[in-house]
Design a protein around this ligand. Structure first.
Ligand SMILES: C[S@@+](CC[C@H](N)C(=O)[O-])C[C@H]1O[C@@H](n2cnc3c(N)ncnc32)[C@H](O)[C@@H]1O
Length: 259
């Protein structure tokens, strides 16, 4: 965990996450989020309603979402800090059509990318991997710079109250084959973070990896968006588009750069 205060003016550049370097080859079996079809449908329908232009996934990973979107004929790009995850994406059918820029997705875009994307999105809890408020704020600013007027930023997130009540504890992660993965999620409310510790038994070897996340209330995300010049236009209880209710555990929020 970073010891830097949230408003530190200068954070070290983020390196590739440890789980990505260690487990890219097994990521799809062990760690990938479910609901890919709903995610793809949701994003394709937002893209249809927005301005023309390419889509960009922040943390495109092994291509769970970006590849089905590309298969629909949409121009989709990615940005990812992990060369191993990106190599997996490129090795899949259609992977050669998706351009992935290596690097930190919270960094400001370079001039050719300013105002170029019609839709930027972060799926599978990826936004929360930015584990300080400063990094999340920088990311909103970076997305706003990337978007065309009328373009959208879509992200998924835990609802903090649900994370605290039903989202923590130790669970086996369903794994095909004879591997074994145990995840322990612990909340650190004093720092507005949670950690997921994975214990992995693979080929007779036990390994451990920790991922640190920062959870945010929907209201905080809305403020970060507002600071960046984006405004909330839709919030649902998940990628299926179901309404957000008191029983929801996650939300999907759609922000727009006003035209
Ligand atoms: C949990 S995976 C999700 C991948 C994909 N979005 C999905 O839903 O299947 C997160 C991905 O984001 C990348 N990532 C995490 N933090 C990043 C950052 N600050 N900059 C660039 N990539 C990052 C990781 O390397 C990894 O490939």
């Amino acid at each position: 965990m970073s010891a830097l205060p949230d408003d530190a003016p200068c954070e070290p550049a983020r390196a590739e996450p440890a789980y990505a370097a260690l487990f890219a080859a097994r990521y799809d079996d062990w760690l990938a989020a479910p609901n890919s079809d709903a995610t793809v449908e949701f994003l394709a329908s937002i893209a249809e309603q927005g301005p023309p232009g390419p889509l960009l996934e922040l943390g495109s990973g092994t291509g769970r979402v970006v590849l089905p979107l590309a298969a629909r004929g949409l121009t989709v790009e990615g940005v990812d800090a992990s060369p191993e995850m990106t190599a997996r994406l490129h090795a899949k059918p259609g992977g050669d059509t998706v351009c992935v820029t290596p690097g930190d997705f919270s960094a400001p875009p370079q001039p050719p990318d300013i105002g170029r994307h019609a839709l930027v999105y972060a799926a599978g809890g990826t936004f929360a991997e930015l584990d300080t408020q400063a990094a999340q704020r920088r990311c909103f600013a970076s997305v706003a710079q990337r978007l065309r007027p009328g373009g959208a930023f879509v992200l998924d997130s835990h609802l903090p109250e649900a994370l605290a009540t039903v989202g923590t504890g130790t669970q086996p992660v369903p794994t095909p084959g004879d591997g074994f993965v145990l995840r322990t999620r612990i909340l650190h409310p004093a720092h507005q973070r949670y950690t997921s510790d994975y214990l992995v038994l693979d080929d007779g070897r036990m390994r451990h990896v920790r991922v640190s996340f920062r959870y945010s209330s929907p209201g905080e995300l809305d403020l970060l968006a507002e600071f960046a010049g984006l405004r909330l236009v839709r919030r649902t209880g998940g990628w299926s588009g179901r309404p957000l209710t008191d029983a929801s555990t996650h939300h999907v929020s759609v922000y727009e750069l006003p035209a």
